[in-house]
Design a protein around this ligand. Structure first.
Ligand code: HEM
Length: 240
């Protein structure tokens, strides 16, 4: 378990390296905003005390941000009359905790105006939330710039109906191997899912009238029990 956790973080670190790698370093804000990392940490800690599922929410937000244009916080940009931003894309409608990032940004603007990027806030907050959930506390390179472009049409994340080879292709297009993908999917160890994303596999898979035969039958039974008669409820996979 520890090994898997370590690998997820290592691979997350890989996908989170933007093209401006040379400028990133641990402690980028040490002089310009010495309290930056502790402000983020305290805010995440407070939120975690109220709702432990914040770890899953941030982990997913970080992945959805990094997979599109790199880790540039483009997922946080709001849509305008002229532009449907990433936030408005289907997979991002169920991303949670946008308001926590907004709140941390406001706190950092009060402490050190126009210094700490939102891209670094998402990365640091995810690190802190993972650590609070029992994962390791790893060093985060900081100094990312926020992106200015955000378009819903660019959000081409693999979806719940993607085949393994489609998912592999999506990861490979970002320089990630099958091993990286398997390790990163370990991120699903915690968090929530809407039953609607997989209910078709539990009873009438592809019109066959029976569950997906490739699924573990005990899992099928458990999922059916958790989803009950309402296919749209949210169920908690694991609270760490
Ligand atoms: C093939 C790639 C992936 C697919 C198809 C996928 C799909 C999904 C789906 C359908 C959900 C449920 C969302 C909901 O019902 O609100 C979900 C949740 C989640 N995903 Fe993924 N995911 C993928 C990759 C990843 C990766 C790489 C990570 C992290 C490194 C990740 C982390 C999470 C987490 C933590 C949740 C729970 C979010 C929450 O509790 O709000 N996913 N994913």
């Amino acid at each position: 378990m520890k090994y898997i956790q370590f690998n997820i973080l290592f691979v997350l670190a890989l996908i989170t390296l933007p093209s401006t790698l040379a400028k990133l370093r641990v402690g980028f804000y040490r002089r310009s905003c010495p309290e930056a990392e502790s402000i983020v940490q305290q805010a995440v800690q407070k939120r975690f005390a109220a709702d432990k599922s914040v770890t899953a929410a941030l982990l997913r937000m970080h992945f959805h941000d990094c997979f599109v244009r790199g880790c540039d916080a483009s997922i946080l940009i709001d849509s305008t009359d002229d532009n449907q931003a990433e936030k408005a894309a289907g997979p991002n409608l169920t991303v949670r905790e946008y308001s926590l990032i907004d709140q941390i940004k406001s706190m950092l603007e009060a402490a050190c105006p126009q210094t700490v990027s939102c891209a670094d806030i998402v990365t640091l907050a995810t690190r802190d939330a993972v650590s609070l959930a029992g994962g390791p506390k790893y060093n985060v390179l900081t100094g990312r710039h926020d992106g200015l472009v955000s378009s819903a049409s660019e959000v081409n994340l693999p979806g719940p109906a993607s085949t393994v080879s489609e998912a592999r292709q999506a990861f490979s297009a970002r320089g990630l191997t099958i091993n990286d993908m398997v390790v990163l999917l370990g991120g699903h160890t915690l968090g929530v899912s809407h039953c609607s994303f997989f209910k078709d596999r539990l009873s009438n898979f592809q019109g066959t009238g029976v569950p997906d035969s490739t699924m573990d039958q005990e899992l099928v039974t458990n999922l059916k029990g958790m989803c009950g008669s309402n296919p749209n409820i949210i169920w908690i996979r694991l609270h760490s």
